[in-house]
Design a protein around this ligand. Structure first.
Ligand SMILES: CCCCC/C=C\C/C=C\C/C=C\C/C=C\CCCC(=O)SCCNC(=O)CCNC(=O)[C@H](O)C(C)(C)COP(=O)(O)OP(=O)(O)OC[C@H]1O[C@@H](n2cnc3c(N)ncnc32)[C@H](O)[C@@H]1OP(=O)(O)O
Length: 150
């Protein structure tokens, strides 16, 4: 999949969730699949919350970054910059709501995001975390487009 990940077009980036340049971070790798943005990610053994299940804050971080990156990719796709992203199309999280449906087992998960609504600078993204095809966590993230930081 080299060259196809959204995060490869967002560099340099030291973000804990999505920065490929942060070796201590979650290092998510997200890609388009039709109209959805997908990420497959495996927890480290020390990322537990309840015994044998993923810490909820990690689920929230995964949803946060995967969703904001999906919104950035969507905005670039709409603007015709799918191959090389426009550095001015930058977003941060404004608001995020997370619903924990089931505990997340400590093995590979799949995140699936879709852009639900765009209103001016606001991009509403719905993301699910699935384990073995079963939805365990869902999130609604409002990404807000800003002038580039840093
Ligand atoms: C080759 C290209 C490469 C270039 C890129 C290179 C590297 C890229 C690096 C990174 C990768 C990119 C993406 C990853 C970035 C982040 C991912 C991780 C997610 C995070 O970890 S990110 C940290 C947490 N995040 C914050 O730290 C935000 C702090 N905050 C602020 O920075 C401001 O607060 C801001 C900007 C949110 C708003 O400020 P503002 O002045 O622009 O807003 P303003 O008042 O103009 O409102 C405009 C409209 O948004 C509505 N609105 C405003 N705030 C809202 C809110 N909070 N919730 C809901 N709606 C809100 C208003 O109601 C109005 O709505 P309406 O237009 O309908 O009236």
């Amino acid at each position: 999949m080299t060259g196809t990940y959204i995060q490869e077009k967002l560099r340099p980036n030291h973000c804990f969730g999505c920065g490929l340049d942060n070796p201590y971070g979650l290092q998510i790798h997200s890609f388009w699949e039709g109209d959805e943005v997908v990420c497959r990610w495996t927890p480290k053994h020390y990322m537990t919350g309840p015994p044998n299940f993923l810490y909820g804050g990690i689920s929230a971080s995964l949803i946060d970054c995967h969703s904001v990156n999906a919104a950035v990719a969507y905005a670039n796709r709409q603007a015709g910059h799918e191959e090389a992203f426009d550095p001015e199309l930058f977003m941060v999280t404004g608001t995020m709501t997370i619903k924990y449906h089931k505990p997340v087992p400590m093995h590979e998960v799949e995140l699936r995001a879709r852009i639900a609504k765009v209103e001016g600078r606001k991009y509403l993204v719905h993301t699910d975390i699935l384990s073995n095809g079963e939805r365990c966590v869902s999130g609604e993230v409002l990404a807000i487009r800003i002038a580039r930081m840093g």
